[in-house]
Write a protein that binds this ligand. Structure first.
Ligand SMILES: [Zn+2]
Length: 177
């Protein structure tokens, strides 16, 4: 289904709002018992992000990321998601990072943590509701493909540089907001 114009804007508005509600709820559900970065994690990310941002972030291990309730109604409307929340290795809600399916005692993969930190930075710029709006709109406007969402493209592009061993300060484009 091709959606554009007013219909797209209306749908983006509603879904962005629902997404924001969902993110706030996830923060309430999982924010307690979240931990700060370990010294090792902090050292691995130092230089790429502000000290203040690294100090503010919280990590919580979960069995599985939950799927937003509105994903199924979207599929019924002919707008299925091309990714499954429940198989996501990590997801970020503001300054709270959930890591899923990690065996007890195992360290969080540094590249995964780095990717999620880019999202933390995006949230810092956009706010929770702004992030939800821009993310959903980016999904709707780019063929509803997860990897084509501009906020994901930005995170993956910087993750690639990190994997390649480059040292740089992570930035988020104002244009995304
Ligand atoms: Zn991502």
């Amino acid at each position: 289904m091709r959606i554009e114009g007013l219909w797209l804007r209306a749908l983006a508005g509603i879904l962005g709002w629902l997404g924001g509600r969902w993110i706030h709820r996830q923060r309430r559900l999982f924010g307690s018992r979240a931990r700060p970065l370990t010294t090792q994690e902090h050292d691995d990310l130092a230089g790429f992000f502000d000290q203040e941002l690294l100090a503010s972030v919280r990590i919580r291990a979960v069995e599985q990321v939950s799927r937003p309730w509105f994903v199924r109604p979207l599929a019924w409307l002919g707008l299925p998601l091309d990714m499954d929340f429940r198989s996501a290795a990590g997801i970020t809600f503001g300054d709270l990072i959930l890591i899923s399916g990690l065996d007890p005692g195992r360290a969080v993969p540094t590249t995964l943590l780095f990717h999620e930190m880019v999202h933390v930075l995006q949230y810092q710029h956009l706010g929770i509701d702004g992030f939800a709006r821009v993310y959903v709109r980016g999904w709707l406007e780019n063929g509803r493909a997860y990897l084509a969402i501009p906020l994901e493209q930005e995170a993956y592009a910087q993750e690639d540089r990190f994997r390649a061993g480059e040292r740089f300060r992570v930035k988020t484009r104002e244009a995304l907001s």
